[in-house]
Ligand binder design. Structure first.
Ligand code: NAP
Length: 248
């Protein structure tokens, strides 16, 4: 579907790919509802895109999403796009339990809450868009617990695609590396990295097609899909090469 004149709610709109999507959709003439925790950042963004509504929420706080949902009339949205997520790279043995719990709360439980509470807001045929990741295709060293939460979101979207059909058009977005504050935490050179504006363009192009999964850039995502398809004896030999020698 084209987005001109449509109403779209973006959760995770204050920064990164979400903010780039807001700018791209505003240029198309989309009516926008912007959510994330940082209200000041949302207001600054809203001031640059017409009559966007700011609806702050925190996916990790009980009742916050439900309250936001209660302020939107059922059946009035054309799409809900949830990009909200947290990321902390590191080895599993070094995980901080509190950070792990927060990450699972936002990335995984937050996605379940969006999937449970938000669909009634969509008109018939509206889109529910979840952001998984290429990181969820295969467990790479140094990427937990983020990678596990994204594998779960990929899996959740597959289930929802069937459970909510035909009323809701569920889509899964799996980006490769995008240069945002999230990946600024990486201490390695990211292959095939793209900008948030390039990512937003790829998302909009993909969502206007019919495929369930929108993944990009293809030169990177197909390589990881191939890795996933290999027998473990080969794929694990390849991912072992990603471990820096001083990490062993
Ligand atoms: N960047 C990449 O390379 C990459 C690759 C694959 C997949 N992805 C996925 O793409 C999506 C967007 O990533 P990004 O790189 O754009 O990240 P980002 O720049 O860090 O933006 C994340 C957004 O989520 C919001 N958010 C975080 N915690 C929240 C919470 N508790 N409640 C509500 N909103 C919250 C943030 O806003 P506040 O801080 O204001 O709450 C921000 O608007 C994520 O789902 C990520 O997993 C990214």
């Amino acid at each position: 579907m084209g987005y001109a004149g449509k109403t779209v709610w973006i959760i995770g709109a204050s920064d990164g790919i979400g903010a780039a999507l807001v700018r791209a959709l505003a240029r198309e003439g989309t009516r926008l509802i912007l959510s994330a925790r940082n209200e000041a950042a949302l207001r600054t963004l809203a001031s640059t895109c017409g009559d966007a509504r700011v609806l702050p929420l925190d996916l990790s706080v009980a009742g916050s999403l439900a309250h936001a949902v209660s302020t939107i009339a059922p059946g009035t949205l054309d799409a809900i796009i949830c990009t909200a997520a947290l990321y902390e790279p590191g080895r599993v043995e070094d995980l901080d339990p509190e950070i792990t719990a927060r990450l699972v709360a936002v990335n995984l439980l937050g996605s379940f809450d969006v999937a449970r509470l938000a669909p009634p807001l969509l008109r018939d045929g509206g889109q529910l868009v979840l952001f998984g990741s290429v990181a969820g295709y295969f467990g790479l060293p140094g990427g937990q617990p983020y990678s596990a939460t994204k594998a779960a979101v990929n899996n959740l979207a597959e289930t929802l695609r069937i459970e909510l059909a035909p009323r809701v058009d569920v889509r899964l977005v799996c980006p490769g590396f995008v240069s945002t504050r999230l990946t600024a935490k990486n201490d390695f050179s990211m292959p095939a990295v793209i900008t948030p504006d390039q990512a937003a363009k790829a998302v909009m192009r993909g969502l206007q097609r019919r495929s369930f999964e929108v993944h990009f850039p293809k030169r990177f995502t197909w390589a990881v899909k191939c890795l996933r398809a290999l027998p473990y004896a080969q794929s694990l030999r390849l991912t072992a090469r990603l471990v820096k020698t001083d990490d062993r």
